[in-house]
Design a protein around this ligand. Structure first.
Ligand SMILES: Nc1ncnc2c1ncn2[C@@H]1O[C@H](COP(=O)(O)OP(=O)(O)OP(=O)(O)O)[C@@H](O)[C@H]1O
Ligand SMILES: [Mg+2]
Length: 512
């Protein structure tokens, strides 16, 4: 039972405009295993998954499900063979309710086969969410009004429609999850791992993509690594180290993920926040000195993303003030903040941070265009190219060139574009929302080095993140938000992820 082969894909290849995205890849999933799929941004993980899902036609691939040769020419065919998918990009319809999105592509319950029975649909959606331990989402809510994390939970629920994995004797299915936790908080991830544990116990196979090494070591039985579209190796989790996986992924040895600080914390206060209150946060006060990195974390709905938006002036401030170098930042004006040398990497990059139909170069130099064009159009063009090249290199962007359209980049590389843009001019204050979410481990290290460099130049940095090792490794102090209020401030040195998570929940054992 333990070693039964549920899925075997062999010699999978796919080429995009002459460039191979996947080359001769073999992967096998056994019953009752969680199989991690790792690799740098653009390594081909999602391409392999889309082939299995019947979304992308491969140039070649031989697929066996339960020992039987199959052809997966459509998503419906994949479904019929017992494959279930959580894709990296949300395929949601923002105008529809959460319930409709959960049942998207499935039959809605109807009366006499025509009229949709809405009450029944909402009940079924609630039931599907409930099986996953999700009770805080009202299935009637319009998708667009849900937070990115909650949208991802709806996306996850979609994969579990009509599949009662909590019951004994259900058919073991094959689950493929492409970075399901990228938009989730630690607590929500823990809930998903619980579900994955149940799936494994009933003999299902889970193919699991993540850039988070700690997750892999927590839940995976085996690890397959792709590098530049090719198989770099498959290893048993029990006999592999993070360092070995990183070497397979990158070909370089990364001994230290979090580089040490390079400069001193200055004496002058750059950012002074007093009693900031918006719809989502309440009476928040703190200061950040030159060269200091202050972390912000909390559970879903704690207000960590909202705090950054309040600082930049994107969310309306009902009370409080934000001073930069002793001078107030105007309310309600992100453009003003940018003029005052405040750079912002928003959490929701795909919707807030990028013009997907534009080139890499346009996106990186977007806020600079006014400045560049003052120097004359021709000169500006040359400088735009130089700036793009330099910044792309500093974040190790994997793109065909500065003219490539951002939509065709892999997920992680899209995020690097936003990061590169924030660095186009050394800021006084840098606000980072989940700066390494969905970014591969090699690029993560590059970004951490960049953060250290910028910090050493005296930039004050606020780093909002749910990646707890990242917070502990990179910041000087950590602010913990609970229900929109500043609940706790702790020095990062000596903190552990477990303790930090408890603080987010407000567990009495760690209070004070
Ligand atoms: N529709 C497309 N057109 C052109 N190139 C594409 C397309 N889809 C993917 N690619 C390219 O194929 C390569 C593999 O992309 P893929 O999305 O599989 O990477 P990934 O391993 O999932 O990366 P990430 O960790 O960033 O999600 C990348 O170089 C990407 O630019
Ligand atoms: Mg991907």
């Amino acid at each position: 039972m333990q070693s039964e082969n549920l899925l075997h894909i062999q010699r999978a290849s796919k080429t995009y405009s002459g460039v191979p995205a996947l080359l001769d890849v073999d992967l096998e999933l056994r019953a009752g295993e969680v199989h991690a799929l790792m690799g740098e941004n653009g390594a081909g993980k999602s391409t392999l998954i889309k082939i299995l899902a019947g979304v992308t036609p491969p140039d070649s691939a031989e697929i066996h499900v339960r020992g039987e040769r199959v052809h997966i020419a459509s998503p419906q065919a994949a479904f019929d063979h017992g494959l279930r998918f959580i894709h990296q990009e949300l395929h949601a319809v923002p105008q529809l309710s959460a319930a409709e999105n959960i049942f998207l592509g499935h039959d809605y319950p109807t009366a006499l086969g025509v009229k949709v029975r809405w009450r029944r649909l909402y009940d079924m959606a609630r039931e599907t969410l409930g099986r996953l331990g999700i009770t805080h989402i009202d299935p009637r809510t319009t998708m667009a009004h849900l937070s990115p994390g909650d949208q991802m939970l709806v996306n996850i629920a979609h994969a579990f429609v009509g599949d009662d994995f909590t019951r004994a004797g259900e058919r073991a299915l094959i689950y493929v999850m492409d970075e399901p936790t990228a938009a989730l908080t630690g607590a929500e991830s823990a809930q998903l791992f619980d579900v994955i544990g149940r799936l494994r116990a009933r003999g299902s196979a889970v193919l699991y993509v993540s850039h988070r090494m700690d997750e892999i070591f927590q839940i995976a039985d085996r690890v397959t690594v792709l590098r530049d579209g090719q198989l770099a190796g498959t290893r048993d989790r029990a006999s592999v180290t993070p360092a070995e996986i990183i070497l397979l992924m990158t070909g370089r040895e990364l001994t230290q993920l979090f580089p040490p600080r390079m400069g001193q914390i200055g004496a002058e206060v750059v950012l002074d926040v007093q009693g900031v209150t918006t719809a989502a946060v309440n009476g928040i006060s703190f200061t950040v000195k030159a060269g200091e990195i202050v972390g912000v974390t909390g559970l879903a709905g704690s207000g960590m993303g909202a705090l950054l938006r309040a600082l930049i002036g994107a969310d309306r401030r009902a009370a409080g003030r934000v001073m930069l170098d002793g001078v107030p930042l105007k309310r309600g004006s992100p453009a003003h903040a940018w003029d005052r040398q405040v750079a912002y990497v928003p959490e929701e990059r795909r919707s807030q941070g990028l013009v997907l139909s534009h080139s890499v170069s346009n996106n990186i130099t977007l806020p600079q265009l006014k400045r560049l064009s003052r120097a004359g159009a021709l000169l500006a063009h040359g400088r735009e190219r130089a700036t793009t090249r330099e910044l792309s290199e500093s974040v190790r962007l994997k793109a065909r060139g500065p003219r490539q359209i951002v939509r065709d980049l892999s997920g992680g590389n899209q995020q690097k574009v936003v990061f590169a843009r924030a660095l186009a001019r050394p800021p006084k204050l840098l606000l980072l929302g989940e700066p390494t979410r969905g970014v591969d481990i090699g690029a993560k290290l590059d970004i951490y080095r960049l953060i250290r460099q910028i910090s050493a130049q005296g930039t004050a940095i606020v780093l909002a993140s749910t990646d707890l090792p990242e917070l502990i490794g990179m910041t000087d102090r950590i602010l913990i938000l609970r229900a929109g209020r500043l609940a706790d401030v702790v020095p990062s040195a000596g903190e552990t992820p477990e303790r930090l998570l408890s603080r987010c929940y407000g567990d009495a054992a760690y209070a004070g």
